[in-house]
Design a protein around this ligand. Structure first.
Ligand SMILES: *[C@@H]1O[C@H](CO)[C@@H](O)[C@H](O)[C@H]1NC(C)=O
Ligand SMILES: *[C@@H]1O[C@H](CO)[C@@H](O)[C@H](O)[C@H]1NC(C)=O
Ligand SMILES: *[C@@H]1O[C@H](CO)[C@@H](O)[C@H](O)[C@H]1NC(C)=O
Ligand SMILES: [Zn+2]
Length: 510
């Protein structure tokens, strides 16, 4: 099969093709299960039987070698977008699929990913350093990357409307309450009103780890602030006192060209696709073997095993790039679908972190009340599978932290499973799943130590069998699964689904 020119070019540019030896595919395990010269129809049982933790871990070892390609530039193994570790990951996935002949139609989708780096930042209010101030991800710098000073001006309501911004915010620093609309909208409104910086204070306890999302020329340097620190300032402003502040952000927002990979079965009804995805990139701080090496390799292995079978419905696998920069690849993909293409996707399943060392079996609590109809049926399919095996599970919020977000915002039913990131395991969960209460599910989340020692292969194998089950189930039939309704136009956080989605990626968005 002819490789798309783009990836061949990437291989040449990055010089990674030569550095990697993928090995020949194992002919026995890859042989089609044929009846009378034709591939046999897939079944859940057969596809699950083909999944083994050993094969998954063998792939993880290859992925770790690939992450090392990032060492020269980053001084550590990484698969962050723009790195050779990420290009190597794309080539690895592409090559694994290309080895399957013409079973899949492979395509790559290039897009510009916005990457933000904050080098230094400081917020001083009334001569005191604001301890809880955190620059928002993708914030622009303050003007000339120099400190800017002005009065703190309290914005009315939630700052979602330009009329909430008093005239004297011009040349000063806007103080805006969190809530109702996205941080990006508030920052843009502050900018349009002439503010030199914006501070968004929390409506609940603690500081705000937020992102402005898609950059806009209207954005100004923006910080999150804890409610505790904001309370005193607001009280003074309400008494009519003036409070001055100095904001400083030295940051860059740059664009990196990166790539989604998509593989669709040539067989199966193309009007009715089950789609599933994981993210191919890691953060810059580490190799991302659990996040999301585990999910992306589960997909590679399921795709490889599925190729021995026939399918009735189309199966479409995706490996998103720039998930760690704020779900950019999946957003780009969903936004690029025409309404007709959107409707061909009957369901989307997200698999981000399937092998956390201190794992819980987590099912996204997607419901038909709060999410596109069909999301709940998918949730219940996972639940039934765990229950049938006597395995425990918990529901976790389906709140926008991974690549399903673009799908639900565009009306596509979605869901998924995970094993936990920086959340803390409770005593009750430790009793159910084993592991250590009071510690993170993934103690190496977004760190250098997310390496080969950071996966629990038992959990990984079990969850990959569940991925296989769900794929086989829908590849055979959508009977009883709700028909698709129309595509919806996405919003910035104020629409039907947006109101219920707090996150966009690992950072808060609203
Ligand atoms: C393969 O996928 C690409 C991109 O989605 C599409 O343009 C092309 O028509 C597909 N080719 C086949 C043979 O289905
Ligand atoms: C799941 O979501 C539903 C409604 O969206 C809610 O009523 C229920 O409490 C949630 N369950 C858990 C365990 O979070
Ligand atoms: C993985 O999890 C299983 C099941 O809880 C446990 O028995 C095993 O010891 C764990 N493996 C590692 C390497 O921690
Ligand atoms: Zn992830």
């Amino acid at each position: 099969m002819k490789r798309p020119g783009l990836l061949a070019a990437l291989a040449a540019v990055a010089g990674v093709g030569a550095a990697l030896d993928y090995g020949a595919p194992d002919p026995e395990s890859q042989a089609p299960l044929a009846v009378g010269g034709k591939r046999r129809l897939v079944s859940s049982e057969l596809l699950q039987d083909a999944i083994s933790g050993e094969k998954l871990f063998a792939r993880a070892k290859e992925l770790y070698e690939i992450a090392k390609l990032g060492e020269e530039e980053y001084n550590r193994p990484t698969r962050v977008i723009g790195s050779e570790g990420h290009l190597g990951t794309l080539l690895y996935i592409h090559s694994a699929l290309a080895d399957l002949g013409d079973y899949y139609n492979l395509s790559s989708q290039s897009f510009p990913a916005v990457v933000g780096n904050v080098f230094e930042s400081r917020l001083v209010i009334a001569d005191r350093l604001a301890e809880s101030a955190e620059p928002m991800s993708l914030t622009p710098p303050t003007e000339y990357r120099e400190p800017v000073s002005g009065d703190v001006v309290l914005v009315e309501n939630d700052g979602c409307d330009l009329t909430d911004y008093p005239a004297h915010v011009r040349g000063n620093i806007a103080l805006v309450r969190r809530g109702t609309c996205s941080f990006g909208k508030k920052s843009g409104n502050a900018g349009k009103s002439g503010a030199v910086a914006a501070v968004i204070y929390n409506h609940e306890s603690g500081t705000v780890h937020g992102t402005l999302g898609q950059p806009s020329p209207d954005h100004v340097a923006t910080f999150g602030l804890s409610r505790e620190e904001a309370d005193g300032v607001i009280a003074r402003l309400r008494r009519g006192e003036s409070v001055d502040a100095t904001a400083f952000v030295d940051a860059e927002v740059k664009t990196v060209e990166t790539h989604n990979l998509v593989a669709q079965t040539a067989a199966g009804d193309p009007e009715n696709c089950v789609m599933l995805g994981g993210h191919s990139d890691s953060v810059a701080d580490g190799p991302g073997i659990n996040d999301d090496g585990s999910g992306s390799l589960s997909l590679v292995e399921v795709a490889a095993q599925l190729a021995r079978f026939d399918v009735r419905n189309c199966v479409r696998f995706a490996w998103w790039a720039a998930e760690e920069e704020g779900l950019l690849g999946s957003d780009f993909y969903v936004a690029s679908l025409s309404p007709e293409e959107n409707r061909r996707i009957r369901v989307f399943m997200d698999f981000d972190m399937l092998a956390s060392p201190n794992f819980a079996y987590q099912v996204y609590n997607a419901t038909n009340d709060a999410h596109p109809v069909g999301s709940q049926e998918l949730r219940d399919l996972y639940v039934r599978w765990y229950e049938a095996r006597g395995l425990p599970y918990t529901f976790i919020p389906f709140d926008g932290r991974s690549d399903y977000d673009g799908f639900i915002r565009h009306g596509i039913p979605a869901g998924g499973i995970a094993t936990g990131a920086e959340g803390v395991k409770t005593e009750e969960e430790a009793a159910l799943f084993g592991g250590r209460a009071g510690e993170w599910y993934d103690p190496c989340y977004h760190q250098l130590c997310d390496d080969l020692s950071n996966v629990n292969v038992t959990a990984w194998e079990i969850n990959t069998k569940l991925v296989a089950h769900a794929v086989a189930h829908f590849a055979v039939s959508f009977e009883g699964f709700p028909e698709r309704s129309d595509a919806v136009v996405a919003d910035d956080g104020a629409g039907t689904y947006g109101q219920r989605v707090r996150y966009h990626g690992s950072r808060l968005f609203v």
